[in-house]
Design a protein around this ligand. Structure first.
Ligand SMILES: Cc1cc2nc3c(=O)[nH]c(=O)nc-3n(C[C@H](O)[C@H](O)[C@H](O)COP(=O)(O)OP(=O)(O)OC[C@H]3O[C@@H](n4cnc5c(N)ncnc54)[C@H](O)[C@@H]3O)c2cc1C
Length: 503
């Protein structure tokens, strides 16, 4: 096991775990501050998670997807910034921004691919030891693709490892169902949001596929499977949800305030009503039996039900992996598993979307000095994270690590208002970015620049049009009435889960 030893704490690099959009932005801010980043990426390419969902179209246009320090770094390389108002796919985000950013020499020199962080601690001190802790280097244990392990000493850690690799279990009450691990191991359960109509088409065509979940990822996968089934009629689609009705996933149909969003919901509803998707409501998965096909055992109001399927697409959300942080003194919200002060601001029980005051080092601090969780992982189990929020997090943290507390405390983020998202049905994610077609996100973008959100402003329902000029009514209906901007990841509930339970 190799180890870098005997360097003064202040001379050591700052570790960034993960090279997604927020990890790379963190490194860019550290470089600007004269600090030395060392980036560990588990995958074999930068932003491996974004690469996995590359076929999905983002709902936030380029202007919210590029970090300011990253832009400054790229500007010196002749990089062409994509059009601010266009919605990229994940693949475009990777090819037109993240890969060029990771290739800037100061970044590529710091980036270690195939380097999974498996544990983090303070050198020579387990979690229970307090004396001298703050002046002791952190130690990261890294596993490479061959399984070899090395250790690295660093002065601070920014954990930007996301949640993509940790889908929630399919069983009830947050636990895996009996046989779930075996079903995964046998290859019956796919990654979330598989590219059913593209890269993985052959795997899905003509098979019986079960989608599990009632959020916008599920809707995304179901609509994509519906398209596949039109071309490959032997494809059979089932959909299992725990709720007694799929109404909240369908949205308002013809009565929906946003016609395009309603159309998407109507499309999904039509697929169900025409029998092209078999919907199983009040279905709680209790077990799996893996043989030639996968038997999914469910408890329903009418007793135990078994579904035999070829593949299962999980769409039950994500949670942070905290195992590697076992020796770090964390202070997490007990429900959301986000940093304690952030948790109540994003708890999906009470919030429907991504509106949260821009925040930085102070709010994200843990009892473990100079250790931060940022990006998607900082939101714990809440699904509403925005990249732009993460960019502000890492700007502030880099300033704090450089000793510039004033800059660390200053709020610099101007975010679009995303207070009321409601159901998006994944339309923001899976369709073309042209104006006036069929997604709520597209409507937001086709209306010009959304009204900015600043911390000083009171939270208010905003118009998707912001201050953009009134368009001709014939061009698009999206600006005809005040509507929320659809730039967050919606939970599908107007005011969080608690509102559904009350109604
Ligand atoms: C389908 C989809 C669409 C989205 N659309 C938008 C959008 O339109 N706008 C928006 O603002 N946000 C969007 N998001 C939310 C969020 O901004 C993205 O998920 C974004 O990629 C999060 O960036 P990140 O850097 O925090 O994490 P990630 O992009 O998930 O990157 C984490 C990286 O860490 C690596 N890693 C994981 N574990 C380890 C480890 N132990 N050691 C080393 N490396 C590790 C992973 O391989 C990965 O490369 C979307 C998310 C999804 C899933």
């Amino acid at each position: 096991m190799s180890k870098n030893t005997d360097t003064a704490l202040s001379q050591l690099p700052v570790a960034v775990i993960g090279s997604g959009p927020v990890g790379l932005a963190a490194a860019a801010h550290l470089l600007e501050r004269g600090l030395t980043p060392i980036i560990f990426e588990a995958g074999d390419s930068p932003a491996a998670a974004v690469n996995a969902w590359g076929h999905i179209r983002l709902f936030s246009p380029w202007q919210y997807d590029v970090d300011a320090a990253a832009r400054r770094l790229l500007e010196g390389t002749g990089w062409q910034e994509p059009d601010a108002d266009t919605l990229p796919t994940g693949a475009e985000l990777l090819e037109l921004y993240l890969r060029p950013l990771a290739a800037v020499p100061s970044m590529s020199g710091a980036l270690h691919l195939n380097s999974e962080v498996v544990a983090v601690t303070r050198e020579g001190l387990d979690k229970t030891r307090t004396g001298g802790r703050e002046n002791t280097p952190f130690l990261l244990r890294i596993r490479d693709e061959s399984g070899s392990v090395s250790e690295h000493r660093v002065r601070a850690i920014i954990d930007a490892s996301g949640t993509w690799n940790n889908p929630n279990p399919l069983g009830q009450a947050g636990l895996p169902a009996a046989g779930e691990a075996e079903a995964y191991a046998a290859g019956f359960i796919t990654v979330p949001l598989p590219d059913v109509a593209g890269r993985e088409r052959a795997r899905f065509a003509g098979r019986h596929v079960l989608v599990v979940g009632a959020g916008h990822s599920a809707a995304n996968s179901l609509l994509a499977l519906g398209e596949l089934a039109e071309q490959e009629p032997d494809t059979r689609i089932s959909w299992a949800i725990r709720r007694s009705s799929a109404a909240s996933v369908y949205g308002g149909g013809d009565l929906d305030g946003l016609p395009a969003r309603g159309a998407l919901g109507s499309r999904l509803r039509a697929l169900v009503e025409e029998g092209r998707i078999e919907l199983h409501t009040s279905f709680t998965i209790t077990g799996f039996k893996a043989a030639d096909s996968l038997t999914v055992v469910g408890s329903t109001p009418s007793g135990e039900t078994q579904l035999d399927v070829d593949l299962l697409v999980p769409a039950t959300g994500f949670r942070p992996s905290l195992d590697m942080l076992r020796e770090i003194r964390l202070d997490l919200d007990p429900a959301v598993e986000a940093p304690r002060q952030l948790g109540p601001l994003i708890d999906p029980e009470f919030h429907s979307c991504g509106t949260v005051e821009p925040h930085g080092a102070r709010l994200l601090a843990h009892p473990e000095k100079d250790f931060y969780i940022v990006g998607m992982k900082s939101y714990g189990r809440a699904p509403t994270f925005l990249m732009a929020t993460g960019y502000e997090q890492v700007r502030s943290i880099a300033a704090a690590l450089a000793g510039d507390q004033e800059a660390a405390d200053k709020v610099e983020l101007v975010l679009p208002e995303t207070g009321v998202c409601s159901t998006d049905l994944g339309g923001s994610c899976d369709t073309d970015a042209s104006c006036g077609t069929d997604s709520a996100a597209e409507e937001a973008s086709c209306c010009g620049t959304p009204e900015p959100y600043t911390a000083a402003e009171p939270e208010a329902a905003s118009s998707c049009c912001g201050t953009a000029p009134e368009p001709e009514p014939a061009a698009s209906s999206c600006c005809s009435a005040p509507e929320p901007a659809f730039l967050g990841i919606p939970t599908g509930l107007a005011h969080g889960r608690s509102a559904r339970e009350e109604s």
